[in-house]
Design a protein around this ligand. Structure first.
Ligand SMILES: Nc1nc2c(c(=O)[nH]1)N(C=O)[C@@H](CNc1ccc(C(=O)N[C@@H](CCC(=O)O)C(=O)O)cc1)CN2
Ligand SMILES: Nc1ncnc2c1ncn2[C@@H]1O[C@H](COP(=O)(O)OP(=O)(O)OP(=O)(O)O)[C@@H](O)[C@H]1O
Length: 196
């Protein structure tokens, strides 16, 4: 199946979720994530804040738990620059002010950018869908493909409300950065072995 078709299908599928289904899926994902043993090795964790009108996976409860119970982890979030198709990155604390951009993405209002991308240990990536090979489908603007190529050390972890596609994504391209793991309400998928 083509990314374009998968994108449209999963956007609709997300919109059809009831509030309770969405909350239940989010709870399963954030519980699995918080208790994942790999987190103990993470110092810098990049994550995303949900576009609620798109019913994206919502990591807010995980974020509050990290601030309270895992102080060894520094959280990072991004601001989007549509003119250059790029992201800039900021340390995210309880004091960070947030506003919504034109796509409804909550973004930090911070001024001091985080430049040490090589130190990021893990990136949590919002997915529309993914296949059993670890290829992913996002909104198709390439923000994450560009960003991920700049942080080679980081484990790339997809976050998806739905399970893996049964058929492969047919139009993968040279820029696609594969996932190492994916967390869903039902499973932790491990694509990290064998490393390609
Ligand atoms: N929560 C979150 N943050 C993120 C992303 C994301 O997917 N989710 N991004 C991932 O790249 C980047 C922002 N890029 C985005 C690109 C498109 C849309 C989006 O909603 N597109 C709509 C059209 C909206 C419109 O034109 O008004 C769509 O495609 O339906 C959102 C974010 C960085 N931050
Ligand atoms: N490093 C890069 N340099 C230039 N163009 C890139 C780069 N990475 C991705 N792109 C372009 O950005 C677009 C990304 O589209 P694609 O369908 O792969 O998005 P996606 O898998 O939904 O990912 P994303 O969540 O990153 O938007 C493609 O047109 C691709 O050619």
């Amino acid at each position: 199946m083509l990314k374009r078709e998968i994108r449209e299908f999963y956007k609709k599928k997300r919109q059809k979720l009831s509030e309770l289904e969405w909350l239940t899926k989010n709870r399963a994902i954030t519980d699995r994530l918080f208790h994942w043993n790999l987190l103990e090795k993470v110092s810098y964790l990049h994550l995303f804040l949900p576009i609620t009108r798109q019913k994206e996976p919502d990591l807010w409860s995980f974020i509050y738990q990290v601030w309270e119970e895992k102080p060894h982890i520094t959280l990072l979030v991004s601001r989007t620059h549509p003119e250059t198709n790029s992201l800039s990155h900021y340390i995210f604390t309880e004091d960070t002010e947030i506003h919504e951009n034109r796509w409804g993405v909550p973004e930090p209002l911070s001024t001091e950018t985080f430049e040490k991308l090589s130190e990021i240990d893990m990136v949590l990536i919002p997915l529309l869908a993914f296949d059993t090979q670890g290829y992913r489908v996002g909104y198709g603007k390439g923000f994450y493909d560009r960003f991920l190529s700049e942080c080679p050390k980081a484990l790339k972890v997809g976050i998806s409300l739905f399970e893996a596609l049964q058929e492969p994504i047919s139009d993968t391209n040279e820029y696609d950065v594969k996932l190492d793991f994916c967390i869903t309400p039902l499973q932790l998928y491990d694509f990290s072995f064998p490393k390609s």
